[in-house]
Design a protein around this ligand. Sequence first.
Ligand SMILES: Cc1cc2nc3c(=O)[nH]c(=O)nc-3n(C[C@H](O)[C@H](O)[C@H](O)COP(=O)(O)OP(=O)(O)OC[C@H]3O[C@@H](n4cnc5c(N)ncnc54)[C@H](O)[C@@H]3O)c2cc1C
Length: 336
Amino acid sequence: MSRVAIVGAGLAGLTVARHIGDSAQAVVFEKSRGPGGRMATRRAPPFAFDHGAQFFTANEPAFIAAVRSWQQAGVVKIWQPRFAELDRRTVVAERDWDAEHPHFVGTPGMNEIGRYLSSGLDVRLQTPVESVNPRGSGWQLIAADGADLGVFDWLIVTAPATQAAALLPESFAHHRALSDTQMQGCFALMLGFNQPRQLPWQAALVRNADISWVSVNSSKPDRPAPFTLVAHSTNAYADAQMDEPLESLQQHLCAELRDVTGIDAKHADFCQLHRWRYANIAAQSGSAALIDAERRLAACGDWCIRGRIESAFSSAMTLAEYLRTALQRTRPSSHD
Ligand SMILES: Cc1cc2nc3c(=O)[nH]c(=O)nc-3n(C[C@H](O)[C@H](O)[C@H](O)COP(=O)(O)OP(=O)(O)OC[C@H]3O[C@@H](n4cnc5c(N)ncnc54)[C@H](O)[C@@H]3O)c2cc1C
């Protein structure tokens, strides 16, 4: 049976692994402590924060079906906050998000989806893949600590585009397209309060500020009770300030948050800032997945389509469908 190495246990990597099914032996390598990638949850008891993706929508039939199965498994629920559009402090529009146009979240945290999708798969956590060498007609993976992770017939990289470009050999047929793909950064500010706070909305898009989004994380279904807020910086602010010290960035974003919401971070019982170097990407017009059949290399992820959870799924499904057919056609090679 062919062996397939998948780098990254975010939604794209896990979706590829699940959908190539028994047509190959798939091993997923993930550098973090848990699966889920940017569908992430930071736990700091008694607080918990979805500091990456906030929610998702489902439009394509295949993704709608997948989300339905996640709902049935109890790892996804509909979030129905009061939603506001703000011009700094001023509410310019308001509405309730309802079940007719559902906004989904993982429960009890966004990272639960990754955990659920990992079950039954061979996922090697805390295993950063550092380099890749050609070996026979396959690929040998080397970990950051120098460990030999094995030789595989196919190598699939689902890391954000810049990291994928650094890992894949320059001989990869789509290396240029990959290197040219620019993702945008984001800072996530997390505030936890033992005493509840009052806000007239639970989710807000913000204009004319260095923060673009604020949510009452504790208003999502099945979250711990203490009041928690997540605020995201604009991508433009993050890209301009990416390597500045977190402390000064946190101060500035707390001041922006106070101005927009009236909530002062100095009353918070928990306050932390997370740096996402590769968070989002605008809509792309290229292929839904990058496949080099000759070298048996491929890359996929949200960045092929748009910085959305549904895009990560669609990109991965495009690749998985290709691989299922290719793997059934080809026999595994013999490696040196
Ligand atoms: C702040 C923020 C807010 C967002 N908000 C939303 C939202 O509200 N709605 C929405 O739909 N989407 C949102 N997104 C985007 C959404 O999170 C992504 O589209 C989606 O999670 C991408 O999944 P992926 O599998 O393509 O990539 P990722 O989730 O990034 O997975 C890639 C994985 O590869 C791993 N990895 C990287 N390099 C290596 C290596 N060398 N070795 C081993 N492992 C490696 C990483 O650790 C990661 O787990 C947001 C993202 C961020 C950061």
